[in-house]
Write a protein that binds this ligand. Structure first.
Ligand code: DLL
Length: 432
């Protein structure tokens, strides 16, 4: 398969490390002098930019967290003046406030460069027609992949998510060769196509799918590939790091992390010490090229492992293996990140229900379904009409805070198991 940026993608790992060190030294000076947030964080931690001479000193730097972005909402961690920002995206926070990410022109260029490399590595090029069925808007999936697709010169269809019938007909009528969406949405698409008498395998030119934004498995990959006749590739990213960033190459053995732009650490969540190569730990990422919102040792919250052995495709950059879960209690429902804290935030507004709840996630066909079991308190009304009104009010509030329909199911007082330690708030019945 061809390369998008041969020199960088196949760089000697020693030279890559050297490049990372040089970039890290500059980055640390940059954030210290451009962001009061980082200056304060470094000062409190007792570290000065000159203490960092290479990537071997990374452990001397303090961590950053999603809560830092929330605490400094909306732009308190930014390192450039407002006039340099040319795009904003935002993801949902845990209390209804979004986490805002800003981009300079360079940030957007690097983001699409990252995707252009990945898309080229799976054989996409200007001859392809790429249907982007991730949501467009504040979510990074749609626009992120869009610009990667245009960068490689492919014909890009910004379809966004939803309207499944139209997705299928466009795919067929415009000879689409690749699709980008969540793996669960694509599974649904296959099912819907079959239901309406269309076989994706035999009646479309689709040959590649780029699927991510939620956990999925090797068995789902197999099922998708068998049913649709395409090659399915994993893609990873988070809004704070830019959005979708790293895809697998044609080998399908992990997603290449572009080490000239990102420094990954995989740490034992208990000790914060690096785990051995290939072992699972918590992903901690330092952005080496971002200008507007650089992140230092950002605790993404995902559990993952990284392989550094050089890939058969010839690319020397490390590979992020299929994600292993979350270090926190976030769950992803229909591609949307849900924290139990958000559910609690909604429920405490309603005195008629207790703060004990259970989120049950299941699949209806190929689509996720979220139910929140809620206990009514004793003084709640016994009129049926009031129940329905309350149910729909809470569901409405969920929709506005979570951005997702979640069904409320009332259960009797004392039904939800009480916990003496960390409460178990989620029952995930989905099979991946
Ligand atoms: O989901 C960005 C994205 C868009 C990635 C399109 C891929 C494709 P957030 O909404 O901030 O950003 O959610 C990021 O989603 O920390 C993971 O927990 C999860 N996630 C993303 N990709 C994968 C994947 C986008 N391939 C959070 N496998 C991350 C498993 C994934 N989990």
């Amino acid at each position: 398969m061809p390369y998008w940026n041969h020199e960088i993608e196949t760089m000697d790992p020693k030279d890559l490390r050297q490049m990372q060190s040089e970039k890290l030294v500059k980055l640390v000076e940059y954030v210290y002098s451009n962001s009061p947030f980082y200056k304060k964080r470094f000062d409190e931690f007792g570290v000065k930019p000159q203490d960092i001479q290479s990537i071997d000193d990374i452990g001397k730097l303090p961590f950053t967290f999603k809560r830092d972005l929330r605490d400094t909402y909306p732009t308190g961690m930014f390192c450039v003046p407002n006039t340099k920002i040319i795009r904003f995206h935002a993801s949902s926070g845990t209390t209804g406030k979004p986490t805002v990410v800003g981009y300079t022109q360079n940030d957007l260029d690097n983001w699409s460069e990252s995707l252009a490399r990945g898309m080229t590595s799976i054989g996409l090029c200007q001859d392809d027609r790429i249907q982007i069925s991730y949501g467009y808007g504040l979510f990074t999936g749609g626009l992120g992949i869009h610009y990667g697709s245009e960068k490689i010169g492919a014909a890009t269809l910004p379809v966004s998510s939803g309207n499944t019938e139209r997705q299928i007909s466009l795919m067929k009528d415009l000879d689409v060769t690749a699709v980008c969406c969540t793996p669960s949405y694509f599974s649904y698409l296959i099912e819907e196509a079959e239901r309406t008498g269309c076989s994706i395998k035999n009646q479309t030119k689709l040959r590649i799918g780029i699927f991510g934004a939620e956990p999925w498995s090797e068995s789902l990959r197999k099922r998708i590939e068998e049913r649709s006749g395409i090659k399915a590739y994993d893609v990873f990213g988070t809004s704070e790091l830019s959005g979708p960033l790293f895809t697998e190459c044609a080998e399908q053995k992990g997603m290449h992390i572009w080490a000239d732009m990102f420094l990954f650490e995989i740490l034992d969540p208990e000790t914060n010490e690096p785990v051995k190569d290939g072992e699972t730990g918590e992903m901690v990422v330092t952005t080496l090229s971002k200008e507007a919102l650089p992140l230092i040792r950002y605790r993404v919250g995902d559990l993952a492992s990284v392989e550094t052995e050089i890939c058969n495709c010839g690319r020397t950059h490390p590979r992020l293996m299929r994600l292993k879960g979350r270090a926190d209690d976030m769950v992803i429902v229909r591609g949307i990140n849900v924290f139990p804290g958000q559910v609690e935030y909604v429920l405490v507004k309603f005195p008629q229900v207790s703060p004990h709840f259970m989120i049950v996630i299941d699949r209806e066909g190929e689509l996720d379904r979220m139910i929140v079991q809620v206990e009514l308190v004793d003084m709640a009304s016994d009129k049926l009409d009031d129940f329905y009104k309350l149910k729909s009010k809470i569901e409405h509030e969920f929709k506005s805070v979570l951005g997702l329909y979640a069904e409320v199911e009332f259960v009797g007082h004392g039904t939800i198991p009480r916990s003496e330690g960390k409460a178990k708030r989620v029952t995930d019945k989905r099979q991946y």
